[in-house]
Design a protein around this ligand. Sequence first.
Ligand code: SF4
Length: 390
Amino acid sequence: MMEVLSPNIERTFDQCAELLRDLTFPTVAAWKQEHPGAKVIGYFPVYAPSEIIHACGMLPVALHGAGDGLELQHADARFGSFICSIVKSTLELAMTDRLAQMDGLLFSTICDSARNLAWVIKRNQPGIYVDFLHLPHNPNGTASHHFLVSEYRRLIGHLEELSGNKVTDEALRNSIAIYNENRRLLSRLYDFRMEHPERLRTWELYVLMRAGNFVPVETHNEWLRGVLEELPGRSGKKRDAIRVVVEGSFCEQPPLDLIKVMEEAGCTIADDDFILGRRWFNADIPVEGDPLMNMAESYQDRSVYSSVRHDFRNPRHKQLLEKVKHAKAQAVVFLTAKFCEPACFDYVLFKKELEAAKIPHLPLEFEEKAYTFDRFRMEVETFVESLLFE
Ligand code: SF4
């Protein structure tokens, strides 16, 4: 199991990138071998209550499609053409037995495509536990907290049955504390990148964060602490570049090479919404008190904005402006998955707000399976030059 990363920080990032490309989930297989009988729950983005899965003695594994590593042979016949890549490639993973190490799959109410995927997988994979978490969409009042607590309790009932383990309040508090630590460490890395982008490139931060999807959170915490210790001694060369915020990649993830191309073409990414579920909460979930109510309140009231969670109290387009200001960014790059409805709908609102605030933006559309990026490079270089030499 890749529990120990190279002490060489450059090699660490390369190891994480290798892990992302490996569709055999080697770290998950190793974990199962080390924990005979223990169960693994794969969850579809964006948010999943990993704390609950962890408290049940299970390994939560975030699924982020298959990138360009898989030819679609089954999924195209089960979904229409105008569906994002991650939905199809996740179904293909399931139908080619590549998710065989998952004892259960968890989905939630992020969009129609994800909802349909849950039921298509359930129908095509009758031997696996598939669940669907209903997340509240009305933030007014406390009814949504109670609704979410009841959903958490329903999920716990199923997970207890599957794992044979009881979820106690104490176990939940312990898991919450460990995941709080994970989010704090990631937040420190994001702060470091914002301050010293030449010493921690975005693709490095991205692979380090995403590799955490495949290992126990305790292991990931060790990795993050190790990198945080090394970073102050790292040097980097400043380049002519514009500072940007990347928005729209909260669910399907862009190819790693596309992130590298953006950086090479002159974008210093000061903030982003990659793999948003790992950084869902913008404050610790309280450890004292009722753990499920604390989680539900945090989901609703102490979380980041997202195109898949409605919050009329804090409009997303206003929060994007805040993000740009905080990151001292000159522009926004919308890096959205093709056919991603939540991202496309929000682009209209975001665009209006950015234009009113005279903040330039560049819309780019990707598919996870893309592997040539010449057009992207040209578009980004043209955009960067237009701002550098205006
Ligand atoms: S990429 Fe967009 S449309 Fe596709 S599953 Fe995710 S949120 Fe839904």
